[in-house]
Design a protein around this ligand. Structure first.
Ligand code: C2O
Ligand code: CU
Length: 516
């Protein structure tokens, strides 16, 4: 699969403040979606499972770029479809530039001294086709290329590292053990560069690094993953799980727990006007103050039983969030707009899971009960939570509220995500309608659902109906009924997903239905 080509997807480069429209034309034989990973956009523009693009149709989200300069990416996000479509090649960079970044003396000539590197491991089947949901991902690709090399000019280079793999975590470093300097996390530049020899990125995570190859013409080195140094329980480390709770065949994968090359770097003559120094101070930022948080939320990673009599495998899954598999029609969490929250991620399994949340960038405030490692202090949208361990982040929900269209959070191990290790959350604005103090979801039943003609609203207890509205997926009112009659005729609606909203004096009740 590819975007505007036969394989992989081109880089999109935008400036902060730009207003853009993306026309996503689905010429694939299957449904897809397109998600702008890390970008702060409205939920209906986010490209999650609810913004399905049918074959031969076009989806055209328009939005303003509100994020600071950073390395984002885009990829499909259909329910149960993320791993197959990303593995087959649908993943590209989405680079945002801004004035603060432009003021720094760092490399920024795309493809010359500013190099995006999408690192992916893949598996092939017997017919040499890309295989999905297998643990035999031994083929290493950089930007869709096997056995890649880069003619690297002898000067300071900027690598934008993206772990675009479905499962594998990398522990980046260079074969000559040269120091490099991290300048950005997932969602923005750091306030000062960090000297490193190793940098660990789990699936979905990005980092920008600078490395100085001045005076090294003629040398040949490798960007590597030092996976022998990964902690057990991280996909890519030597050991996974314990006792019966292991991944079958994991030990047979020749990459697990080994050090291996990712990219051959041949150092050539420098370009004209090269950058030759590495800045220490970058872009100052203010992290969220813990005292600003008004709500705490706990998200538990656990397993569900595939069959009632089957014991769940704590290393192989199927994994879930708060013991519930992803459901398109269920809202897991409801967040109020303009509030700051602390999310506590608790991993009760034997695998490290990279947790990703849409809509926001967050600050990791604690990992394994300890202060955040230096490389993860800054703007993040993915955090790796270790086995039988926890992590906490703080974030603020701003700009976009929608009572019906949710955002997603999930494990970025794509096969876990597709298996149901994903939840949804709404950001709502209760101040928008006067007098309403609360919004409740899934408190009444609708039948039949799907419906073709008449739908009946049934509450478990008696509620004084004031107003019944039917909203479409964009939140627009398509039907209204000012009556105590709990039966609605929806025959005139086009087929698709709708919401019924029942409004009483101080509460709005919302429930989804499907029109056939
Ligand atoms: Cu990169 Cu919800 O995804
Ligand atoms: Cu996972």
């Amino acid at each position: 699969f590819g975007v505007n080509g036969v394989w992989m997807a081109p880089t999109i480069i935008v400036n902060k403040g730009d207003s853009i429209t993306l026309n996503v034309i689905n010429n694939l034989p299957v449904n897809t979606t397109m998600h702008w990973h890390g970008l702060h956009v409205a939920p209906e523009n986010d490209g999650g499972p609810h913004q399905k693009i049918n074959p031969t149709t076009t989806w055209s989200p328009s939005f303003k770029i509100r994020n600071n300069a950073a390395t984002f990416w885009y990829h499909p996000h259909g329910a149960g479809q993320t791993d197959p479509q990303v593995s087959k090649g649908m993943a590209g960079f989405f680079i945002v530039k801004d004035a603060a970044e432009a003021a720094l003396n760092i490399p920024r000539i795309y493809g010359v001294d500013d190099i995006p590197l999408n690192i992916q491991s893949k598996a092939f089947d017997d017919l040499k086709q890309i295989a999905i949901a297998t643990e035999m991902d031994t083929a290493l690709f950089v930007n869709g290329t096997l056995n890649p090399y880069f003619n690297a000019p002898a000067q300071v280079l900027r690598f934008r590292l993206l772990n675009g793999s479905s499962l594998r975590t990398y522990n980046f470093g260079f074969s000559n053990n040269q120091s490099f300097y991290q300048i950005a996390t997932d969602g923005g530049l750091l306030d000062s560069s960090i000297a490193l020899k190793r940098l660990r990125l789990s699936p979905g995570e990005r980092a920008e690094i600078l490395i100085n190859f001045s005076g090294m013409i003629g040398q040949n080195l490798h960007l590597k993953s030092f996976s022998s140094e990964l902690e057990n329980g991280i996909y890519g480390a030597y050991k996974m799980g314990s006792g019966e709770d292991t991944i079958e065949g994991y030990q047979e994968n020749s990459l697990n727990g080994k050090d291996f090359n990712l990219l051959n770097l041949k150092i050539i003559a420098s370009t004209a006007n090269p950058v030759i120094t590495i800045p220490i101070s970058l872009v100052p930022f203010k992290l969220y103050a813990i005292s600003a948080a008004t709500n705490d939320r706990t998200i538990v990673f656990d397993t569900i039983r595939a069959l009632p009599f089957e014991k769940p495998n704590l290393a192989e899954g199927p994994f879930a969030i708060n013991s519930k598999a992803f459901d398109m029609d269920y809202v897991n969490d409801t967040v109020h707009i303009n509030t700051t929250e602390i999310w506590n991620l608790v991993n009760k399994t034997l695998v490290a899971h990279p947790f990703h949340i849409h809509d926001v960038q967050f600050n990791v405030i604690e990992k394994s009960g300890k202060p955040t490692p230096k490389s993860e202090r800054g703007w993040k949208d993915v955090v790796l939570v270790m086995p039988n361990d926890s992590a906490k982040f703080i974030t603020r929900f701003e700009t976009f509220a929608n009572e019906t269209v949710p955002y997603m959070y999930h494990c970025h191990l794509l096969h876990h995500e597709d298996d149901g290790m994903m939840g949804s959350f709404l950001v709502i604005d209760t101040t928008r309608s006067a007098g309403i103090s609360q919004i409740k979801y899934n408190t009444f039943t609708l039948f039949p659902n799907p419906v073709s003609e008449n739908i009946t609203i049934h509450f478990p207890s008696k509620i004084p109906f004031a107003e019944i509205k039917v909203l479409n997926i964009l939140g627009e009112t398509v039907l209204k009924q000012n009556t105590t009659n709990p039966i609605l005729n929806v025959q005139s609606l086009r087929s698709g997903i709708y919401f019924i909203q029942v409004k009483t004096n101080n509460t709005r009740y919302i429930q989804k239905f499907i029109k056939e």
